[in-house]
Design a protein around this ligand. Sequence first.
Ligand code: NOJ
Ligand code: CA
Length: 551
Amino acid sequence: MTSRHDRPTPSAFSWWRNAVVYQVYLRSFADGNADGIGDITGLRSRLEYLRDLGVDALWVNPWYVSPLNDGGYDVADYRQINPEFGTLDDAVALMAEANEMGLRVLADLVPNHTSSEHRWFQEALAGSPGSEARARYHFRPGRGVDGSGPPTNWTSVFGGSAWSRVPDGEWYLHLFDRTQPDLNWDNAEVRAEFRDILRFWLDLGAAGFRVDVAHGLAKDPTYPDLERAETPLTIVEDTAAHPFWDRPALHDVVREWREILDEYPGSVMVAEAWVADWNRLAAYLKPDEYHQVFNFHFLQSPWEATRIRESISVGFNAARAQGALPTWVLSNHDVVRHPTRYGLPQDLDARAWLLDGDRDLLDSDLGLKRARAAILLMLGLPGSAYLYQGEELGLPEVHDLPLDVLDDPVWEKSGHTLKGRDGSRVPIPWTRDGDSFGFGADGSWLPQPEGWGSFSHQAQAGIEGTTLELYRTALRIRRELRSDDESLEWLDLGPDVVGFRRGSGMLVMVNLGREPVEILEGEPLIFSDDVPDGLLPADTAIWIAGPPNSR
Ligand code: NOJ
Ligand code: CA
């Protein structure tokens, strides 16, 4: 069981440079044993669907043993599968089957913190101040006469203090939930353990890792206070001298990992690094570090031509300067799904709106129309693209989940000021009707809204004009056109049109303005929506075959 599986195309070492990776939020993808929770058996039963969709690889959110306080980003054992999701044998079989179909599988590496149920943290709790067991984490004495104040004013990403106190009076650091203690990456044992975990999954057939909180590993060993308190889930603009985000010391760890990945040809690491400044983010893409970093600027950009163009070109230029390409993404399990984001006024904070915003502000049809245009934009760009499960069905955010079903720790930890991320994690509809719309045979761990079945695979497959068929066709054309040309030539088509030419000659036009615009000459390959009269309507995109670029 521990032998390495052959890679689908072992010679294509840079397969990932323009790969399309499909993110599987396992809990919500497909339930194979009727307990309302998605699992590996369910995923295995849908592999053909993913192959036929036309993606190259899967990224599976954490599947390890975990109390699931943060959806599995609280790992209690990095080498075992959570029984709710299956067994290690199931995972190995999944990777082998996927590989046979030409689909690589990326695991999710969670190195910034463990679960408080991890053996190490239990040993730290049982240990005493100054012990080796505590040195694997960040344990500190408190402030004030009796040490009753937290060691610093650092705030958790989910809200509240980033420190919790243990019975003997010491405090430990947790940048997320209190059940997610941060590891100390200056500790040699921590480093050795993760080197081993990398090999463990690579040996079992994983093609690499999406790396969680890649910007958080290194902490300032002098533990200075933050100059300004930070509010939950916000991205720090300037990380140049931040005590825990984006510190230069983290890059030593990445280089160590990259050496291991380089022993496994074709393997890849993608960093989840919420770093606002591309000049700093580019450092993660150095040739001896990550292969990819998500371009979250693109995801965060409102539906506005100037901003979108800028988010593309800044990322593109910065990545290219390292010999890399940007990695595009529109949705994931942490953000409001993009059809909903694009259906709201673009100056509104969609996350805040989820809790108590005016529902009349949402124009779902407009949001979906823009989302369909956005996917042609994203898949038209050079570089790799990550799709989040269900976006190919046009799923919106489920914004009206009742408060008593919310599972995301953000809801409690933010003091009920943020509803959290559950609305993007509602189980997938596979059929028009039936129990949990085909997700499983007995309910779903989060309630699915009425009418969810109209988005299902069954309701869309084979039907012209559906979002599913749009994705399939776009992915097919993208494969057919795939060339190793990685150039992007901007076209000046007016302020409201994002337009560019690829090395293959393909032209991409997206109209973000209100008025229809003239379509460039050439053979239309695909439209995001109906295009009457040779004009490209508002919120619509098109790919056109043009003569190959001679440059
Ligand atoms: C990013 C993950 O995507 C998110 O879901 C999680 O809550 C945090 N990292 C903490 O691990
Ligand atoms: Ca299940």
